[in-house]
Design a protein. Sequence first.
Length: 671
Amino acid sequence: MKKLLTLTLALVASSSYAATDNALQLEDVFQLEYASQPAIHPDGGYTVFVRNYMDIMSDRRLGNLWRVDNKGELRPLTGGQANDHSPTWSPDGKTLAFVSNRSGSNQIHLYWTDTREDAAVTRLTGSPSSLTWSPDGKWLAFTMFTPSSNPAPVSLPGKPKGAEWAEPARYIDKDNYRFDGSGFAPDGYTQIYVIPASGGTPRQITTDTYHHGGQLTWTGDSKSIVFSANRRDDAFDQPNNSELYQVAVADGAIKQLTDRNGPDRSPQVSPDGKKLAWLGYDDEYMSYQNTMLYVMDLDGKGTPKLLSTELDYSVGDVKWSADSRGVYFSYDKHGKGNIVYQSLSGNRRVLTDAMGGLSYTRPYSGGSFDVSAGGDLVFTMANPYRPADLMLQTSKIKRKLTALNDDALAHKELGRVEEIWYESSHDDLKIQGWIAYPPNFDPTKKYPLILEIHGGPHTAYAGSFSAEVQLMAAQGYVVLYTNPRGSTSYGEDFAQEIHHNYPSNDYTDLMDGVDAVIEKGFIDEERLYVTGGSGGGVLTAWIVGHTDRFAAAVVAKPVINWYSFVLTADMYNYFTKYWFPGLPWENQEHYMKYSPISYVGNVTTPTMLLTGEADHRTPISESEQYYQALKLAGVETAMVRVPDAPHGIAGRPSNLMAKVAYILHWFGKHE
């Protein structure tokens, strides 16, 4: 890793665009912080949150718990080199539960407000998730992967004592056998556990051979837990068909609460214990469908009620009001994070559209919030010049509670970010985008342009801080990033434009965005560059196969061949069912029509590939195919392989630096 970091800095130093002293530098990545997971104390007086930071010695993102009162006074709750997360308050507000690895492995910790001390109260063999207090405050529920024994069918005889033989062969017969970020799937299942609030021995509640993960919520009497799971015998063939269940803590008896074709998840029991809110939709096997909000009586009487009627956006986090008469929830609209309150009678009002900021590497939408018993909001705030800070909003005031990056960024000259809208030449659809300008931008000069394309493809960029975009702007580039058709936050029809049709007219949307910036008069058309990751890598490879207007391209963690992708990616049963009209050998023409590899003969643009070697979402074999195809076609190319990196390359700060440095190196090489 040290060698990679040294090379990264050397590459940027060799760029033809040398950043000024007060511009953002690669090493500044390690100075960034951001707030996440706000948890308002039950009395509403202060909020505990995770203060995330980049540790330069371990090259990891770590986090400690801090508290901030409603006037903005900050105080640490925990410290040290640890990853503390998932804070959740007991009903009486006297105890905070959270997960931390400070003891060497992930354990449940408790923090007591009277003594201001914390301690691990478990000795778990796995990592706990979904911490949830019972309403009576006596229990904590959580989920944890629970291994099972499944010995290999073959055992080799004759090994002498002390002999050093090769590692034994790995026998695999499970459906989904490896996952991005975690590698080969171990034998076992995610199960639900409870422990006394005072700590002690956890008791396993579910025991069946299904995964019982996701959000947990207790019934009002503290006797049962509601959860989401896909407990079907044919779950492999129906990967999106989960239901809600209720499990009794006393004996593990399970009762099914929902029954329909489609996902049902994120349950939340109302404070009065009478109703259940959750998220889901009726599955029509589209690559994207809006997530809807439902409410039903927990006693099973009556029919579920759809609360998000006429809302053409996917619902996110849901939290009940203290009086159980309504719910707070979030959704993204036009790249902005909205938080709304809706009564059970249907009246809905938008409280803010400023939530976001959690994706500090690239400018994706998405944020988190909490709401007090009195209806006060604390949420992560989107800002193009800062990673997420916390904002307090009450009926009377709006107050920024934190300024976590002013020490690192206030003296830096960041690129100005401007929102733009333009029309697609394909069908006049309105497309939203953002332009980041270099520091000290002079509109009378000519600048190189980078088109940076988001992944997904069903995600969205926003007007949020992006370290990658700002680092590119600091080197003298104008950077354009847009939300072409297929992006979320513009309605279901807009996202479904690319269903079984990707890439297609989203290419036109991107080219029209480039033209819209060129029309402003300050872009050097001989210095156009394009890059993107994941779905953005697909589109970058598609672009160089359909136009030669770009001087160079960097294709990051792409899909090059849809046929080979669905047969090597981790979620192959999902992709074949939702992204394509059928199995690849039955629809070969369709798969290849939309594969960038089919157009490699058209490529003349110098193109570099960049992928993590441990990527199981868009495996590096996709990049290898394109690299070798470009070599055979005589196109200038290079391949950057990031050791041990999964699909989220930027998960380690130095890998984020390396990614940007190599992109700038390639573009600078082709000035």
